[in-house]
Design a binder for this molecule. Structure first.
Ligand code: AMP
Length: 392
C-alpha cells in the first residue's frame, strides 16, 4: 500500500494537523464511552515523541454548518485530557500565530470543524485555511474517511500527508480481510434488511469463497426461494434482487449459506415461547427470529475450513434473549479459531460490535472496526476519499 505512516516523515519541529474522530456519546457533560478518545492516544504520543506539535481537527455531532454551543468540542476537553494524560489547549478561532504560540508538549484541540458549512462542502478555501495552520497532515479518522470533507480530504492534497496509527491499523486489517486475504474467505452478513446491504452483497459475492446470510435478510432469500416465512420480517419486493445475488454468486464460485434451521416465535419479545423449525416450516402466525443450532453447526464447519472471516450484522434478533443464541455461538466459534491462530477475523459496522460485545468475544477477534459507515462502504468495495487522498 502506498500511503505513508508516522514513521515515514521527519516530524521534529513540525506542526502536525491531525484529523481524529472523537465524536463520543455524551450524557449532559459526561462522556459515556471514551473508546474513540482512548484510541487516538498512540498517534498523539508517537507524534510528540518525534518532536511534533499535535493540532487535533475533529467534528462533533451534526451542527449542520452552524455554531451550536452544545456541540462545542470544549465539552470533550476534560475526557480528552484525562485519556491523553496531558494538558490540551482548546482553540476556538485558530490562526497560525495562536498555534505557534502554544508549547510543543501540549496538544491543541481546534473547535468543531463542522461549525462552518465549508467543511462538509469540501470548500477549497477551508482546506487551504486548515492547511495554513500546520506543516503536515495526519489522518487518523478512518471512520470519517468515507466523507470527502475539507478536514478529511481537501487538506490531504495540500500538505505532505500520512496515516495515523489507528488509520494504519484499520487499513491493514481491512486489507488482510478483503484486499489481499488468505483464502478461503468467509463473509457473514446479517441484520434486518437486504435493501440496506445490496451493494455490500454484490461486492462480496465476487470477492469471497463463502457468504453466510443471516438475520431478517435471510428471510428475504427464503421468500425468493418460494418459502412461506409467516409473519417474519422480510422484504418481499426484494425477492427478485435476492435471486439475482444468488445467480451472481453461482457465477463467481461463491457458496451462499442460508439457515438450515430457524427459531420461530409468535412475538418479538424477550423470553417469547419459541421452537426450532425447518426453514420452510414457520407457522403462518409466527416469525423467524434466529438461526437454529444446526445452522450454527454448519457455520462452524465453514469457519473451520476458512482462513479469513469478515463479519457484518447479527444472525438473529440478538438484542432479545434467547434469539441471540446463533449470533453469540457462531461468534464464539470464530473467536476460538482466531485465538488458536487458525483464522483471521475482522468484524465491524453498526450493531456488529455490540453483538460481539454481547457474546463476550470482541477482544478475541483479530480486529474490530468501530467505524460504522466507513467500514460498510469499504465492504461495498467503494474508494474512501479520505484514504484515497493519502495515496501517492
Ligand atoms: P442491521 O442494522 O441491518 O445490521 O440490523 C440489525 C438488526 O436486525 C438488529 O436490531 C436485529 O434485532 C435485527 N434482526 C436480525 N434478525 C432478525 C429477524 N430474524 N427478525 C427481526 N429482526 C432481526
Amino acid at each position: 500500500m502506498s500511503w505513508k505512516t508516522i514513521d515515514d516523515l521527519a516530524l521534529a519541529g513540525k506542526t502536525v494537523l491531525t484529523r481524529v474522530d472523537i465524536n463520543v456519546p455524551m450524557d449532559g457533560d459526561v462522556v459515556t464511552d471514551t473508546t474513540r478518545i482512548d484510541k487516538i492516544r498512540p498517534t498523539v504520543e508517537d507524534i510528540i515523541v518525534r518532536g511534533g506539535k499535535v493540532v487535533l481537527l475533529a467534528h462533533f455531532g451534526r451542527p449542520k454548518g452552524k455554531v451550536v454551543p452544545e456541540m462545542s468540542l470544549r465539552h470533550v476537553l476534560p475526557a480528552l485530557e484525562k485519556s491523553l494524560g496531558r494538558k490540551v489547549d482548546f482553540v476556538e478561532r485558530p490562526s497560525r500565530s495562536v498555534i505557534d504560540s502554544l508549547p510543543f508538549d501540549s496538544v491543541v484541540l481546534v473547535e468543531n470543524t463542522r461549525f462552518t458549512p465549508m467543511e462538509e462542502a469540501n470548500d477549497p478555501e477551508m482546506a487551504r485555511f486548515l492547511a495554513s495552520l500546520g506543516d503536515v497532515f495526519c489522518n487518523d479518522a478512518f471512520s470519517a474517511a468515507h466523507r470527502a470533507h475539507a478536514s478529511t480530504e481537501g487538506i490531504a492534497h495540500l500538505l505532505p500527508s500520512f496515516a495515523g496509527r489507528l488509520m494504519e491499523e484499520e487499513l491493514r486489517a481491512l486489507e488482510a480481510a478483503l484486499g489481499n486475504p488468505q483464502r478461503p474467505v468467509v463473509a457473514v452478513v446479517g441484520g434486518a434488511k437486504v435493501s440496506t446491504k445490496l451493494e455490500l452483497l454484490g461486492n462480496l459475492v465476487s470477492k469471497v469463497d463463502h457468504l453466510v446470510i443471516g438475520g431478517g435478510m435471510a428471510n428475504t432469500f427464503l421468500v425468493a426461494k418460494g418459502i412461506d416465512v409467516g409473519k417474519s420480517l422480510a422484504e418481499r419486493d426484494m425477492a427478485p434482487i435476492a435471486l439475482d445475488i444468488l445467480t451472481k454468486a453461482k457465477a463467481a464460485g461463491c457458496t451462499i449459506h442460508l439457515p438450515v434451521d430457524v427459531v420461530v416465535a409468535a412475538a418479538f419479545k424477550a423470553g417469547a415461547e419459541n421452537k426450532v423449525a425447518a426453514p420452510n416450516a414457520c407457522p403462518p402466525d409466527q416469525m423467524i427470529l434466529d438461526a437454529g443450532p444446526a445452522t450454527v453447526a454448519a457455520l462452524t464447519k465453514v469457519f473451520e475450513s476458512c482462513k479469513t472471516l469478515i463479519w457484518n450484522g447479527p444472525l438473529g434478533a440478538f438484542e432479545i434473549a434467547p434469539f441471540d443464541a446463533a449470533t453469540s455461538n457462531a461468534a464464539r466459534v470464530a473467536a476460538a479459531l482466531t485465538k488458536a491462530g487458525k483464522l483471521v477475523s475482522v468484524a465491524g459496522g453498526g450493531d456488529t460490535v455490540s453483538a460481539l460485545n454481547h457474546a463476550g468475544v470482541a477482544a478475541d477477534f483479530t480486529f474490530i472496526s468501530t467505524a460504522g459507515g466507513a467500514f460498510l462502504e469499504w465492504m461495498e468495495g467503494k474508494v474512501l476519499p479520505g484514504v484515497a487522498a493519502l495515496h501517492g
